[in-house]
Design a protein around this ligand. Structure first.
Ligand SMILES: Cc1cc2nc3c(=O)[nH]c(=O)nc-3n(C[C@H](O)[C@H](O)[C@H](O)COP(=O)(O)O)c2cc1C
Length: 392
């Protein structure tokens, strides 16, 4: 793992992950839906925003720490929920959760994780956030919420942009499944990565452990993927926030908002915070990048709630830009998965180090000492104009 020190950017981490992880799992992470246009725009729109350099400012005593949902964080970056982190490397979600805990940032476990809620609770001590997909089997969802509560998760992240699945062509071409199906092509993909295979043989965590053994009926592993895909509930609507919230009894963050009216509706129905997200370009291909819609959402609800952003964050510069437009925090999905694939817990820690260092240096060269003071004055926003009634 020493080579991780030599990795200087998230993109270099991605290349190392590409070399370390079987193709079907690497490409599961590195894909968007259909043409992947939104996936690409998420990253390229950040690059259009230029930063305003300021000089001759005392830069001593800089601060990146802030709060997300009332809890101190060492920087405004949280780990996004991502399915099958445990297929990038054995026990992946446990490793990412440990890295996040040590760093002092929130970790969010996906409903579709390989490691279960209980696995994370047993292996960490900081409270984590649990991401909920609402499924047709509401009895199962109630039990899932109860398990998150029993594990003392401090927030639920309710994902509302995946009632049906956007198609990702690469997954179909690669014959992706969790647990892996043993076809000649998948065996060939795995055999290219003997270290990955050896680690996988050393764990019993190979499937969706939040689900297996917790759903009614007798689902063998082969039918599990089909069961899961058919379970995403197309009837999910705003009114569901209330029962989720009531059952959980703690804060609910609504994830997947791209429209100001939806942001308002989420708040009207009880959301405690929202995540502006297009699922990393994996759902509605053709939707705008998140940084492009952030200003109108901040204008509408930024003075009433905490607005976070994900999709396309690849550097500390990107974090600073999102903060400049008014986000109160950001989430990283793929950078965490690439860190896992390239180096497990140490890989995720390295990703966090890279982003923190970039954020600190960028903030300083913009003439700011405190992340809380970052704002529109730090960017040239002609390409992505802020709106009128901006809260700061
Ligand atoms: C491989 C992969 C799996 C994901 N699985 C989930 C999931 O299970 N639940 C969810 O709410 N979002 C999921 N997401 C979306 C992320 O939470 C997040 O919105 C997205 O990754 C952010 O974009 P980024 O990857 O550019 O950082 C997934 C994203 C990826 C790349």
């Amino acid at each position: 793992m020493a080579a991780l020190d030599k990795i200087l950017t998230v993109d270099e981490m991605k290349q190392k992950a590409r070399r370390s992880v079987p193709k079907m799992f690497f490409e599961y992470a590195d894909s968007g839906s259909y043409t992947e246009g939104t996936y690409r725009d998420n990253e390229s729109d950040f690059n259009r925003i230029k930063l305003r350099q300021k000089v001759a400012v005392n830069l001593e005593g800089r601060n990146l720490s802030t709060e997300m949902l009332g809890k101190a964080v060492t920087m405004p970056v949280a780990i996004a929920p991502a399915a099958t982190g445990g297929m990038q490397i054995a026990d992946g979600e446990i490793k990412a959760a440990k890295a996040a805990e040590a760093y002092g940032i929130p970790f969010t476990l996906s409903t579709m994780a390989v490691c279960s809620i209980e696995d994370i609770a047993e292996n960490t001590s900081a409270p984590f956030w649990f991401q909920l997909y609402v499924m047709r089997d509401r009895g199962f969802i109630e039990r899932l919420i109860d398990r998150a509560k029993a594990a003392e998760c401090s927030a639920l992240v309710l994902t509302m942009d995946l009632q049906i699945l956007g198609q990702r062509h690469k997954d179909i071409h690669n014959g992706l499944s969790t647990p892996p199906k043993f076809t000649p092509y998948s065996i060939w993909q795995m055999m290219q990565h003997p270290i990955w295979c050896a680690r996988m043989l050393g764990t019993r965590r190979h499937t969706f452990r939040n689900i297996v053994g917790h759903v009614d009926g007798d689902h063998d592993l082969a039918s599990l993927s089909a069961w899961t895909a058919s379970q995403f509930d197309p009837t999910l609507n705003w009114a569901d926030i209330a029962w989720v919230k009531q059952r959980f009894g703690g804060p609910v963050i609504v994830k997947g908002v791209l429209d100001p009216d939806d942001a308002q509706a989420a708040l009207d129905h009880g959301a405690d915070a929202i995540i502006v997200s297009n699922h990393g370009g994996r759902q509605l291909d053709g939707a705008p990048s998140t940084i492009r819609v952030l200003p109108e959402i901040i204008e509408r609800v930024g003075h009433k709630t905490e607005v976070y952003l994900d999709s396309g964050i690849r550097s500390g510069q990107d974090v600073l830009k999102a903060m400049a437009y008014g986000a109160k925090g950001t989430f990283i999905g793929r950078p965490m998965l690439y860190g896992l694939g390239a180096g497990g817990e140490a890989g995720v820690t390295r990703v966090l180090d890279i982003i923190a260092k970039e954020l600190d240096t960028t903030m300083a060269l913009c003439g700011e000492r405190d992340i809380l003071n970052v704002g529109l004055h730090n960017i040239y926003s002609n390409d992505i104009p802020p709106r009128n009634a901006y809260p700061r």
